[in-house]
Design a protein around this ligand. Structure first.
Ligand code: SF4
Ligand code: SF4
Length: 669
């Protein structure tokens, strides 16, 4: 009778599980197609490192990471025993691991089950102390921890009863044999037999219940994690997906992500993979400054939206288009509010921290596109976009005045001037960016760069009035059409002028030209000023000899550090300056805290408390003489924050300006 009951239970449980997976696949198929089947070798490597190696889980959140590592590997090992139990219930004596190896396996299993119980205790400690701020203590988390606890206890107790009955050798089962002697030593044989059956069946029921609870819980990542990590984006971090305006299907009446079918299948898989661990939100500058945005909530809301609207679409019986027409869009008061979407600085800290490689920021940018291209962007950013469109810079200055300050710089070549018809005679084009061209503080930075390059004998020229905004603010504000207009104009100009290598000191320009222009045929070698200046110092072409006796804190700009992994060159450069005492901020490198300007936010109103204030407080706590930056936006944001804080003592300077103070004018030769 037992094998028949087991067979019925197994078939029913797995059939229901398969039905749930089938429904999930149907939901994924509602999303847009996106090719993620390339570079299989690399994808397998990533699964090995990040799923089986748990690399991101342990990094930065060590206690929680070790806990998860133990539970993950515990489950991998325990699954073999579970399979044996399930199949063995139908085919008595069935074993996946034969012979003496089974004794070794049972020993490992015995220990691992105890370790998983230890991990559960660690999980409770973590959730009630360290991880409390991440709000990870929902009912779902309690149910899952309870089920795992039940699985371990029932398995160990069933084995303990088996030992007490003399049906298992206790020699290599230290945990189960301890349970046998503690709980079953004085018990009657019938009592032990009953206990064994009870715990065995209880264990089986928890296994099958757990299997079918997962698809309805945030722990569905147990089966979606591997595909989600496998299918992660392999494109450069800083590249948003372009909209193909030239091949728009006739039935499309909007752009970006407004409805479920505007997201890709991978976006929907992301939504069903989120464990709600809150690491993304824990690193989000908007969240830390009391804005309504939590990247975790964005993903969770997409999951709820997909479950709700997806069900309606799947039941539409071939009338999906008409039904979709009547459904709510996800950006809207019921799901993701506009305030949430506009609070994002595109700093990418959320994406960087997610152990499951979920792209929260990409979804936010797609929903912004929907809003902006529907004409729903309001406030000062609209004026910025208009000026970008008409004048190619965010303030609406005349294009011919870009880099007018260069008139005082003899020896700097401007493409378009007599004798400089194109860039073919120059090693580099120095891309100064709109701030370097028009903003008084930005000009000082650009002047430092230009004078250091000249002093080192770098063969470079500038585009001057031929340069225009790269389009980064337009793209991050959702105005993809304007972005593409600016990008293609610049690319055409640069290709016509035979530009090959570009020096960009603005990390936003750097990222756009390096990672996004290739999407439109702009393939240029791009170097940041901190990299080039560091190389010039290393080569002895620039010699910082004058002491700068200052404590200097360095702030990693998001688009230079997190996006493009330029962490070491700025630090090495600062350390090459005699007298400099480099101070590291607590939130640094990959975990650097945003200045609040990215994602077009520098052109928008921001309510207090502001992101730059938060970061500046951290800088002040280290009490440096100078805050070194490597980005025009960061420079502006921290200058504002210093004024707000009434701090007149601390200086905010680009690295190039600090280097310039140290390099003696006569060290060129
Ligand atoms: S998106 Fe990733 S980091 Fe954020 S809560 Fe979900 S699993 Fe955690
Ligand atoms: S990109 Fe930055 S600001 Fe935007 S949601 Fe992610 S962490 Fe928050």
């Amino acid at each position: 009778m037992k094998p028949i009951i087991m067979a019925v239970l197994i078939i029913a449980a797995f059939a229901f599980f398969a039905y749930n997976i089938y429904n999930l696949i149907k939901l994924l198929r509602l999303g847009k197609y996106e090719q993620r089947f390339d570079n299989i070798r690399e994808r397998i490597r990533l699964v090995l490192v990040y799923v089986f190696g748990q690399k991101r889980l342990v990094k930065n959140y060590t206690f929680a990471g070790i806990e998860h590592f133990m539970i993950f590997w515990g489950f991998v090992i325990i699954t073999i025993g579970t399979m044996e139990m399930l199949i063995g219930g139908v085919v008595p004596g069935f074993r996946l691991i034969p012979g003496k190896a089974h004794v070794a396996y049972e020993f490992i299993l015995d220990i691992v089950q105890l370790l998983v119980l230890v991990a559960i205790v660690m999980g409770i400690i973590n959730r009630t102390t360290i991880a409390r701020r991440r709000e990870v203590n929902g009912l779902d988390a309690v149910v899952i921890l309870g089920l795992i606890f039940g699985l371990m206890v029932t398995a160990l107790t069933a084995m303990g009863a088996k030992i007490a009955l003399g049906e298992a050798d206790p020699t290599w089962l230290p945990v189960s044999s301890t349970i046998a002697s503690v709980f079953f030593s004085g018990m009657s044989e019938s009592g032990v037999k009953f206990s064994h059956e009870f715990f065995w069946w209880f264990h089986i029921l928890i296994v099958l219940g757990f299997l079918n609870y997962l698809p309805y819980s945030k722990h569905s990542h147990v089966f979606t994690a591997i595909p989600n990590v496998f299918f992660q984006s392999l494109k450069p971090r800083g590249a948003l997906n372009p909209i193909d305006f030239e091949n728009v299907p006739d039935d499309i009446d909007h752009f970006g992500a407004g409805k479920l079918e505007d997201f890709t299948w991978k976006d929907i898989l992301d939504a069903y993979t989120c464990t709600e661990c809150g690491r993304c939100t824990d690193n989000c500058p908007a969240w830390h400054t009391e804005k309504p945005l939590s990247p975790r909530e964005i993903v969770v809301k997409l999951r709820h939206y997909a479950s709700s609207e997806g069900k309606v679409l799947l039941n539409a019986n071939g009338d999906g288009a008409a039904v979709a027409e009547g459904l709510d869009t996800i950006p809207g008061p019921k799901w993701v509010t506009e305030e949430e979407l506009w609070a994002c600085t595109s700093c990418n800290a959320c994406v960087e921290q997610c152990p499951l490689f979920i792209d929260q920021m990409g979804k936010i940018m797609e929903m912004r596109r929907f809003l902006t291209l529907e004409g729903r962007l309001t406030g000062s950013a609209v004026k910025t976009l208009q000026k970008l469109q008409t004048q190619g810079n965010p303030w609406g200055f005349s294009g011919s005045d870009r880099a007018a300050w260069l008139a005082g710089y003899e020896g700097v070549n401007v493409i378009g001037d007599e004798g400089n018809e194109d860039a073919s005679g120059f090693d580099y084009i120095y891309w100064m960016g709109c701030y370097g061209g028009y903003d008084p503080r930005g000009q000082k930075i650009a002047q430092s760069v230009v004078s250091l390059l000249t002093q080192a004998g770098v063969n470079f020229a500038v585009l001057g009035p031929l340069e225009s905004c790269t389009g980064d603010p337009a793209r991050r504000l959702g105005e993809e059409a304007l972005y593409q207009m600016l990008a293609t104009q610049n690319i055409e100009t640069m290709n016509e002028l035979k530009v090959k290598k570009v020096i960009a000191n603005c990390p936003h320009c750097f990222n756009t030209i390096k990672n996004e222009y290739p999407q439109f045929g702009g393939n240029f070698e791009v170097i940041n000023h901190t990299q080039l200046l560091n190389d010039l110092v290393r080569e002895g072409r620039l010699r910082p000899t004058k002491e700068v006796k200052e404590d200097i804190a360095y702030h990693d700009p998001c688009y230079l550090g997190r996006y493009n992994r330029i962490f070491d060159a700025p630090r090495e450069l600062l350390e090459s300056i005699p007298g400099v005492n480099l101070i590291e901020l607590d939130r640094k490198r990959e975990r650097s805290f945003c200045c609040g300007a990215g994602g077009g936010k520098i052109w928008m109103e921001e309510e207090a408390p502001r992101v730059n204030w938060n970061r500046f407080e951290e800088v002040e706590s280290k009490n440096p003489d100078t805050l070194a930056v490597a980005c025009y936006f960061c420079d502006t944001m921290f200058e504002d924050a210093a004024k707000q804080a009434g701090n007149e003592k601390m200086q905010i300077k680009d690295i190039s300006m600090i280097l310039r103070e140290s390099v003696e004018p006569d060290t060129k030769s």
